[in-house]
Design a protein around this ligand. Structure first.
Ligand code: BGC
Length: 627
């Protein structure tokens, strides 16, 4: 039997005594309860089905957008779902639907949104106040789309740069992640302890150990003892819970061979019991699929482990019938179902969803501040603060505004690549068309340095006579999740990753962290310019630290810009000395490719992989104003 853990009195965020919720649960049929626990993906569920199956929540997977993906399209879609959920008759109770999206660095699915640097860049800032402001802007842009829930923040502590989700992690150091956790939750939820009127529901993810898997394999196995699991991976959740985070998403990874999605000890005992989490726990995308061959048994295992809501994007009808069968058989106690539904309804009540008007009528919907200059200024500040200076030979930086500068490199004029994964599409986009608003790095340089010239082809015939320096913007192309891993191609279970990945085999980003192997043309560009005596300032766009020894040694200056998002102009602010470098490495920088034995079990990054620059490293240009 599953113990039903009542959240501890005083657990922040949700009120445990809620007459409205208790009354509702008492009236609900089993179908209505299971429907409330079910979260299909928007492509696979209509408003009519939301009503017919009593669905509690719908999500957008990365890149899944209504219409032309303007805020108004989103509001219209949510309004239709909401209206269906609120129809009341003898078969259906009016319970407002909760819509969820991955606003993990701004509301990136929506066209024209303000896109912030991905978390790894934010980790370099060491600025919790700015993190909270970013949360506030993000929640406004989520509400502008008529949405009330974001699957953020990611509280992963990334321990191996081969992991394709390294950029979603603020740092390899749990103290840095923990230092941001409460502030991002407060910003998103608009409250010190719970939710304010301008807040959305936040979701701490992925519980737990997602960043600690062996060899950095996405959805892999985290093989650490309990003490290390707590110290490294559980620790950042404490401040998030204290700040009242309302939901937690379970990790697709395993702990010592046991899938987190069936881990009763981690979910029910530690998170809900010991830590007193009073909100609800949501599964990840098809996260229950690998638990058992029999889908209904998989559903039962996950429900008994303490999962309250199920992200079952396409197979939601089988989930509903499967869980129903298991409850009828007594394999899932009705008390567990009531506990799950009570938690979901208490979260809906905590954000005032029962009392908010329909999406069309909400003041925050279609907010004119969506993508505004004011919001973009917050993102630009984050870009400035996230840049880390790794080399500055003979003080070549800052550059003079009137210098003759050649700007080149694959990523110099590409807002899509600056943004990385989870922007417009699940896997991100390349080019400028889909990222509306904002500036590429080149566009920012052009604003301040009138004699700068863009030469996207590498500037093979540039000479020292014509140019004082070159800015070469290099690095990765966008990716997300396992498709960003550095490893050998591997078969994947159908449904274990989102459909855009294609069936069958997971093609990772590459099999090395060495940039000169992944993208040899970058080194070629730097070398060609350096050979002509043109001092090269290299700007690296990447979701993780890469092995860049050759590029570093050929460059006069080298800047890690991470994935800065839509406001590329923040890079020029610093390169031309409007303000000082501020960022410090949120992860140690490898001198060579880690071996498989380097997935550190005791938590000290780099004990075996050699670090070129330690955690916290970051040069300054000297005597410039702080940004
Ligand atoms: C990811 C989650 C994300 C979910 C919904 C999953 O593939 O692991 O982080 O929130 O999709 O898009």
């Amino acid at each position: 039997m599953t113990a039903t853990v009542r959240p501890k009195a005083g657990a922040a965020g949700v009120s445990q005594t809620n007459v409205r919720v208790d009354a509702l649960v008492a009236r609900m049929t089993l179908d209505q309860k299971i429907g409330q626990m079910t979260q299909p993906e928007r492509i696979h569920v209509s408003p009519a089905e939301v009503k017919a199956f009593h669905i509690g929540s719908v999500l957008s997977g990365g890149g899944s957008c209504p219409g032309r993906s303007r805020p108004a399209d989103w509001v219209a879609m949510n309004d239709a779902y909401w209206a269906a959920s609120m129809e009341e008759d003898e078969d259906h109770l009016a319970i407002p639907l909760l819509y969820g999206v991955d606003a993990i660095h701004g509301n990136g699915n929506v066209r024209g949104a303000t896109i912030f640097p991905h978390n790894i860049g934010l980790g370099a800032m060491r600025d919790p106040d700015l993190i909270e402001r970013i949360g506030r802007v993000t929640s406004r842009e989520v509400l502008a789309a008529g949405v009330e829930w974001t699957f953020a923040p990611t509280l992963a502590v990334s321990r191996d740069a081969r992991w394709g989700r390294t950029y979603e992690s603020y740092s390899e150091d749990p103290r840095i992640v923990a230092g941001y956790a409460s502030r991002i939750v407060r910003g998103l939820q608009d409250g010190r302890m719970g939710v304010g009127p301008n807040g959305v529901v936040a979701c701490a993810k992925h519980w737990v150990g997602d960043g600690g898997t062996e060899a950095g394999v996405d959805q892999g196995d985290t093989v650490v003892g309990e003490e290390d699991l707590r110290r490294l991976h559980i620790a950042p959740y404490r401040p998030a819970l204290e700040a009242g985070v309302l939901t937690v998403m379970v990790s697709l990874s395993s702990w010592k061979g046991a899938k987190c999605h069936a881990h009763r000890y981690l979910i029910q005992d530690v998170l809900k019991g010991e830590m007193g989490f009073g909100g609800f726990v949501v599964s990840d995308w098809n996260g229950i699929d690998p638990l058992a061959d029999d889908y209904s048994k998989a559903a039962a295992m996950a429900a008994n482990a303490g999962i309250d809501m199920f992200m079952v994007p396409e197979t939601w009808k089988s989930f509903i019938s499967g869980l129903r069968t298991q409850v009828e058989r007594g394999a899932v106690p009705i008390e567990r179902i009531d506990d799950a539904v009570g938690r979901i309804l208490r979260v809906k009540s905590a954000i005032g969803l029962f009392d908010r008007p329909r999406p069309w009528a909400r003041r925050a919907s279609n907010d004119v501040e969506f993508g505004s200059a004011e919001h973009r200024e917050v993102a630009r500040e984050a870009v400035r603060k996230s840049l880390v200076l790794l080399k500055n030979r003979r003080g070549i930086l800052p550059l003079q505004r009137d210098a003759r500068i050649l700007v080149t490199g694959r990523n110099a004029h590409d807002r899509g690549r600056q943004c990385g994964g989870f922007t417009v599409e699940w896997q991100g986009v390349s080019g400028n068309d889909a990222i509306e608003g904002g500036t590429s790095i080149w566009e920012g340089i052009r604003e301040v340095a009138p004699r700068a010239v863009l030469c996207e082809k590498g500037g093979a015939d540039a000479t020292r006579e014509h140019f004082d320096a070159a800015i070469v913007v290099i690095g990765e192309k966008p990716y997300a999740e396992g498709l960003g891993d550095i490893r050998e191609p591997a078969p994947v279970r159908a449904g274990a990753i989102q459909p855009a990945a294609g069936p069958g085999v997971l093609e990772p980003y590459g099999d090395t962290l060495e940039l000169a192997t992944l993208h040899p043309e970058d080194l070629g560009t730097i070398r060609a310019l350096a050979a002509r005596d043109i001092p090269v300032v290299t700007v690296l766009i990447s979701g993780r630290p890469l092995v860049v020894n050759a590029e570093l040694s050929e460059s006069s200056a080298f800047v890690a810009a991470w994935l800065p998002g839509s406001e590329g102009a923040g890079v020029a602010d610093v390169l031309f000395g409007d303000c000082e470098f501020h960022g410090r490495l949120p992860v140690s920088w490898p001198a060579d490719m880690p071996g498989d034995g380097d997935s550190r079990s005791n938590g000290t990054r780099g004990t075996r992989a050699r670090a070129l620059f330690p955690l916290g490293y970051g040069l300054r240009m000297g005597s410039l104003r702080r940004c």
